[in-house]
Write a protein that binds this ligand. Structure first.
Ligand code: SAM
Length: 339
């Protein structure tokens, strides 16, 4: 399955994630200043995993390269160059990315197509890895039977389905961490920004990303009841997304012996107020799962489906107010231990 987001509508909606980069800026700068060993490096290699078409990747790369440059300028000899690898799935629109590269960028920009759960770069070749808003995409939705029309697990109910999703997330994140451990030099840094949720929230007054995805499922069920789509197809539709709790994330990372955790910060979802209207929020989710819905049910239902979603958002006294969103983003800075 091609995990990811509809390329065309992604750019206009990705300001949601942009807020996150801005909040992460000072932490990334501080970690590079304090912890990245730059003493004997002239040619820095940096990679962004899950870069999409670059809208949020370019500002992040600017923050990273400028922080390294500041650190190097304190050294006696500071001749250096940067190579930046832009990774995403092979189906990503890399043409748009390379056409939109900042005009006076001062790095060699290289495309790195492929699944980031596997090794993509030579052993011990990378100094800084970055990955934002991408690791919640699973390689596949768990095959656990779930004939209730839900598009994914319920975060508040820790049942068999929840366990199956968590297992898949742990497996996928583990593969990602192993692959980067192969690529990073000893002492190399990695920054991860991962959307997360609390382990419990009060559905009467609060919601999270999980609530929003399951609301999409309820629109599918309504359409099945009205005979617009096939109920069996709704039961078979599962979203390959997992929003971990920070505690789950920490356990999975702790279990991987290749890294030391340098920072682990829960950011209060800095993007949530950037999509004030229900139509903006429906457009955001349309960008996220339009392709999945179209592939499974046919593209002819898409407009009606997202119209229904927008109306349901507007009708919910809880979901209509983004102040009730209890989702967050967890920022993790890891350091590759010596091989
Ligand atoms: C929500 S976008 C995030 C884009 C950008 N990093 C940001 O912060 O705005 C998620 C990106 O991850 C990519 N992605 C998801 N799974 C991937 C995988 N297994 N390998 C490579 N890229 C993947 C998707 O194609 C998509 O471009």
């Amino acid at each position: 399955m091609n995990a990811g987001e509809g390329q065309h509508s992604y750019v206009k909606n990705s300001t949601y994630q942009r807020g996150v980069v801005n909040v992460a800026k000072s932490i990334i700068e501080e970690e590079i200043a304090k912890k990245l060993d730059v003493s004997s490096i002239n040619s820095f290699r940096i990679a962004d995993y899950g870069c999409a078409t670059g809208h949020n990747s370019f500002p992040a790369i600017k923050i990273i390269t400028q922080a390294i440059t500041r650190k190097i300028s304190g050294l006696a000899s500071h001749d250096h160059e940067f190579s930046v690898y832009f990774n995403d799935n092979v189906t990503n629109d890399f043409n748009t990315l390379f056409r939109s590269l900042p005009k006076n960028n001062y790095y060699n920009a290289l495309g790195l197509p492929g699944d980031f759960h596997g090794r993509l770069l030579p052993k011990s070749s990378l100094h800084f890895a970055y990955c934002s808003w991408s690791l919640h995409w699973l390689t596949e939705a768990p095959a656990t039977a779930l004939n209730n029309g839900a598009t994914m697990y319920s975060g508040n109910i820790k049942d068999q389905v929840y366990d199956a999703y968590l297992y898949q997330f742990g497996k996928d994140l583990g593969s990602f961490l192993d692959a980067r451990a192969h690529e990073l030099v000893s002492g190399g840094l990695m920054t991860l920004l991962i959307p997360t949720v609390p382990s419990f929230w009060d559905p009467q007054t609060e919601y999270t990303l999980i609530t929003e995805i399951n609301l999409l499922g309820s629109c599918l069920m309504d359409m099945a009841k009205e005979g617009i789509i096939d109920e069996a197809k709704v039961d078979a539709f599962k979203t390959p997304l997992y929003f971990a709790t920070p505690e789950e994330l920490k356990t999975i990372i702790d279990n991987n012996n290749n890294y030391s955790i340098e920072r682990f910060e829960i950011l209060n979802n800095p993007g949530k107020h950037t999509l004030p209207s229900v139509s903006d929020r429906a457009a955001f989710y349309r960008a996220v799962i339009e392709k999945l819905i179209g592939d499974h049910f046919g593209t002819e239902i898409i407009d009606e489906f997202f119209n229904r979603y927008m109306k349901k958002l507007a009708a919910s006294s809880v979901l209509v107010n983004s102040g009730n969103d209890k989702s967050h983003v967890t920022l993790v800075v890891l350091k590759r231990k010596a091989n």
